[in-house]
Design a protein around this ligand. Structure first.
Ligand code: PRP
Ligand code: MN
Ligand code: MG
Length: 177
């Protein structure tokens, strides 16, 4: 059984929405004129972020998903990224934006961007809502980051703790009681 914990709000739904508006302006400038941008969400954590992001993005897009997992139900990264579900479509010669909820050790985004780059997209960019730079184990940074956060265990807005709390509308931090 899980140790008892409470969740303290860290980033409000309103602050997230405001930040997404800014990010979308920058993404729009980068991809302006694209014939079709393929927005790739990394399941499962990014499902809320990608839903809000694409609705704010005024560009011709296609949405695809790739499922990667390294934490399972643990609090610590396994450092072994498993691809559980691949993209449905080809990305060769296309503009691609990878959407991630959080970059922690960096292993997941590193593994996925290497995999997608090997398929020779025209342009490959990445965005993460959250970044925990102090935890990094591989040298990488998303092209856009929503918020840099300290080393706290966060949940909500798609992010789970042992598969729970993904449906919280805000980002919270776990505090054991
Ligand atoms: C979490 C999170 C990121 C990744 C970040 O995914 O959603 O994808 O870990 O950690 P890293 O930078 O240390 O690799 P998880 O493996 O828990 O799968 P999930 O998205 O299905 O929850
Ligand atoms: Mn994930
Ligand atoms: Mg997880």
């Amino acid at each position: 059984a899980q140790r008892p914990y409470v969740i303290d709000e860290m980033i409000s739904a309103k602050a997230i929405a405001a930040r997404i508006e800014d990010l979308c302006r920058e993404i729009h400038d980068e991809f302006d004129g694209t014939d079709k941008l393929i927005v790739v969400g990394l399941l499962r954590g990014s499902f809320v972020f990608i839903a809000d992001l694409v609705r704010e993005l005024d560009l011709p897009i296609e949405v695809d998903f790739l499922e990667a997992s390294s934490y399972g139900d643990a609090m610590e990264s396994s450092r072994e990224v498993r691809i559980l579900k691949d993209l449905r479509g080809a990305i060769e010669g296309r503009d691609v934006l990878v959407v991630e909820d959080i970059v922690d050790t960096g292993h997941t985004l590193h593994h996925v961007t290497n995999l997608l780059r090997s398929r020779e997209p025209k342009r490959l960019k990445s965005i993460a809502l959250l970044d925990k730079p102090t935890r990094r184990e591989v040298d990488l940074k998303a092209d856009w980051t929503g918020f840099e956060i300290p080393d706290e265990f966060v949940v909500g807005y798609g992010i789970d703790f042992a598969q729970r709390n993904r449906n919280l509308p805000f980002i919270g931090k776990v505090r054991f009681t």
